[in-house]
Design a protein around this ligand. Structure first.
Ligand code: G3P
Length: 226
């Protein structure tokens, strides 16, 4: 399962990249508005940091299909080959997706709340469909089940589209989808860090260090003892 960071804050992105095996970054207009400043300045800094081969997902905001297609080309020209254009899974979005497929651009269907949207996105040739787990839960449905259903639909129909699950409120949701074999998940830095944030883990490691220091002295490690 690909794991991406759902944020545009370079400090947070660096922090996650420093420790964890992540495959890229996803953004949306709300995330960019939180950063402020020029969207392309922020996105180009992210691209420079993550490198040309990492995935970067950037959303088109036009309402009309023709404008979305032009915007998509511009986004990829500015941010490089491995940029996936996020296109909302709405009627004009599907119209745009069909054009993007013809243009050879890769795209992620976003704002996916139902398997029906994901079905249409896959038929349009989307690389990913992004169900919003937490937001689906908040509507009284089951976000995890929705993502699993979409994944099964793609697999059962031999569709090339993968699930890119988004909008997580906790790390266990992410793990549940990984166990089910979905293609990708994007999560806020705190949710990724939550995968290993656990008192039991911290105290086990502290106990090992403390026991070793009692044996070999303060600050000792396996290089400094015989
Ligand atoms: O990019 C869309 C998705 O990540 C939204 O997440 O946390 O705003 O529901 P959230």
């Amino acid at each position: 399962m690909y794991l991406l960071i759902d944020d545009a804050d370079l400090t947070a992105i660096r922090r996650i990249y420093d420790c964890y095996p992540v495959d890229g970054v996803t953004t949306n207009p709300t995330i960019l508005s939180r950063c402020g400043g020029s969207p392309y300045a922020v996105l180009k800094e992210i691209r420079a940091f993550i490198g040309a081969s990492a995935q970067l997902h950037v959303q088109a905001v036009s309402r009309k299909a023709e404008d979305i297609a032009l915007e998509a080309r511009h986004i990829v020209n500015e941010l490089g080959e491995n940029t996936f254009v996020k296109v909302p899974a709405v009627p004009e979005g599907f119209k745009a997706m069909k054009q993007l497929k013809k243009d050879g651009l890769r795209f992620t269907a976003t704002a996916v709340y139902t398997p029906m949207q994901a079905f249409l996105a896959a038929k349009c040739g989307a690389s990913y469909a992004a169900p919003y787990i937490n937001r689906i839960d908040n509507m009284g449905y089951n976000g995890i089940e929705t993502a699993r259903t979409i994944h099964d639909m793609f697999v059962n129909n031999q569709m090339d589209t993968m699930v890119l699950a988004a909008s997580f409120k906790n790390s266990m949701q992410l793990l549940e989808l990984c166990i089910h074999g979905i293609g990708a998940a994007t999560a806020a830095p705190e949710v990724i860090e939550g995968l290993v944030k656990n008192e039991a883990i911290t105290s086990a490691v502290d106990a090992f260090v403390s026991d070793f220091e009692q044996l070999a002295g303060d600050g000792a490690d396996m290089r400094s003892c015989n």
